[in-house]
Design a protein around this ligand. Structure first.
Ligand SMILES: [Zn+2]
Length: 235
């Protein structure tokens, strides 16, 4: 991992610091459910952004850190974990067989967020990007428990790319390598958190300069709306 979990974190912090200068509060309805990437995230906490920071702002940082971690784990896997690397390459090949992948190629701050805005009650969507993203191509690997009768039959066209099922030994090896990859990811995560803690003063300064005034302005707006004679507080 060495060249640089820390320098990659610093690089992504610089990207986030540039992004935050352009941040504006959303005018549409936000997401209704909690974000699994950010809620309770040690990364968001290490950065000092866990409290009183809009989710979109947290999300832009946590997704950038996820990119750092994923890239490091991918490199480690490619170098040290041949069975897992092979399986991942197969599944990547299967995914690239998908015709349209709306969740790919998004900027970090948009990844992992809802693909579609909330529909209006009287105007449901004909289709949504989430539906398109959920359409998976058929599995390339068949279920391992095949009877001799079916495996001897002619392969049908849909399964011409089918791969032989994993042997028990391969399954054990794969499980062991997945465990190593998990451990490695945890180590990288800890280093990311430590580096973010060092960067915390810069992150908080950016929040104070670019986010806080806009949040305060929104709150002030809201208050003046509530005070409006068109919407009396005590009708
Ligand atoms: Zn999030």
């Amino acid at each position: 991992m060495d060249k640089s979990i820390e320098s990659r974190v610093n690089h992504e912090v610089e990207n986030w610091l540039r992004w935050i200068t352009r941040w504006r509060p959303a005018t549409h309805r936000g997401r209704a459910r909690l974000c699994r990437q950010c809620f309770g995230s040690p990364i968001v906490a290490s950065a000092g952004l866990a409290v009183d920071v809009p989710h979109v702002v947290q999300h832009a940082l946590s997704m950038r850190m996820k990119i750092v971690i994923d890239a490091s784990v991918d490199e480690y896997t490619e170098l040290n974990l041949p069975v897992l690397a092979h399986e991942l390459n197969l599944s990547e090949r299967r995914e690239s067989a998908q015709a349209y992948r709306p969740a790919e190629g998004l900027d970090p701050e948009f990844r992992g967020l809802d693909l579609d805005p909330q529909p209006a009650a009287d105007a449901p969507y004909l289709f949504t990007f989430s539906e398109l993203a959920d359409q998976q191509p058929p599995e390339l690997r068949p279920a391992p428990a095949q009877s001799p009768a079916t495996s001897a039959s002619e392969p049908d066209h849909e399964h011409t790319d089918a791969l032989p099922p994993l042997s028990p030994e391969e399954k054990v090896a794969l499980k062991a390598e997945m465990h190593l990859a998990d451990e490695f990811a945890t180590q990288v995560g800890l280093r990311v958190c430590a580096q973010l803690a060092q960067q915390r003063p810069r992150l908080l300064a950016a929040i104070a300069q670019h986010v806080e005034p806009q949040v305060q302005a929104l709150l002030a707006d809201l208050e003046s709306t509530l005070d409006s004679p068109l919407w009396p507080r005590n009708p």
